[in-house]
Design a protein around this ligand. Structure first.
Ligand code: ZN
Length: 181
C-alpha cells in the first residue's frame, strides 16, 4: 500500500498507539488502514456418485478444474456466498448445504470454507467464469488438472469419507500450513 484511501497522501508503516503490529498509517491525516484475511467460500456439489467441477475461464489457473468458490461479499453469510458462487460459476442449484472443510492459509492471508451440498435435479451449465462444468466419477477426476491444492485435498478427503458415510468438518492443520510457507 502506498497511498491513503482517505486523502491520497503517502502512508508509512507504524505501530499505532495501543496496537501491537505494523499498520499502514497516513502521513497526512493519520488514518490507519487495517488489512485482514480474505474469506473464500465454495461448495462441493454432489449428484449421486458424482461431484461437480468447473473449468476456469479466468486467471489464475485458467483451463484447470476447480470447485465453485469465490470471495465472500459483504452482507452475506458464508453459506449464502458459497451458494451464490455455485450459481454464478456453474448455474447449480443446491440443497442440504453442510460445512465440510476449512483451510486456514495464514501464509497467504486467506481462509477457505467449502460446504458439502446436493445438486438439485442434476442440472447445471457454465457461468461466465467457467469454460465448462461437468459431473465426475471418482475414477475420472483429472487430478493433474486441478487448479488448487485446497481443491485436491477436499476432493481426496471427500472420497475417503464417502467410504464410511461420515463427513466430519475438517480444519487444516496449522503446522502443515506453516511448513508450506
Ligand atoms: Zn490520509
Amino acid at each position: 500500500m502506498k497511498y491513503c484511501s482517505e486523502c491520497g497522501h503517502t502512508v508509512s508503516q507504524k505501530i499505532p498507539k495501543g496496537d501491537d503490529r505494523l499498520r499502514y498509517v497516513c502521513d497526512n491525516c493519520g488514518a490507519i488502514h487495517y488489512q485482514n484475511p480474505r474469506i473464500i467460500v465454495g461448495t462441493l456439489p454432489v449428484y449421486g456418485d458424482q461431484v461437480l467441477l468447473c473449468r476456469r475461464a479466468i486467471e489464475p489457473r485458467k483451463g484447470f478444474w476447480t470447485l465453485p468458490a469465490g470471495f465472500m461479499e459483504n452482507g452475506e453469510t458464508t453459506v449464502e456466498g458459497a451458494v451464490r458462487e455455485s450459481w454464478e460459476e456453474a448455474r447449480a442449484r443446491l440443497s442440504n448445504e453442510k460445512l465440510y472443510r476449512l483451510f486456514d492459509l495464514s501464509y497467504i492471508d486467506q481462509v477457505y470454507m467449502f460446504y458439502l451440498a446436493d445438486l438439485v435435479d442434476g442440472e447445471f451449465s457454465a457461468g461466465p467464469e467457467s469454460l465448462d462444468v461437468k459431473l465426475f466419477n471418482e475414477a475420472d477426476i483429472p487430478w493433474d488438472e486441478i487448479a488448487f491444492g485446497v481443491v485436491v485435498d477436499t476432493l481426496k478427503e471427500f472420497f475417503e469419507d464417502r467410504k464410511k458415510g461420515l463427513f466430519p468438518v475438517r480444519i487444516s492443520n496449522t503446522e502443515r500450513t506453516r511448513l508450506k510457507r
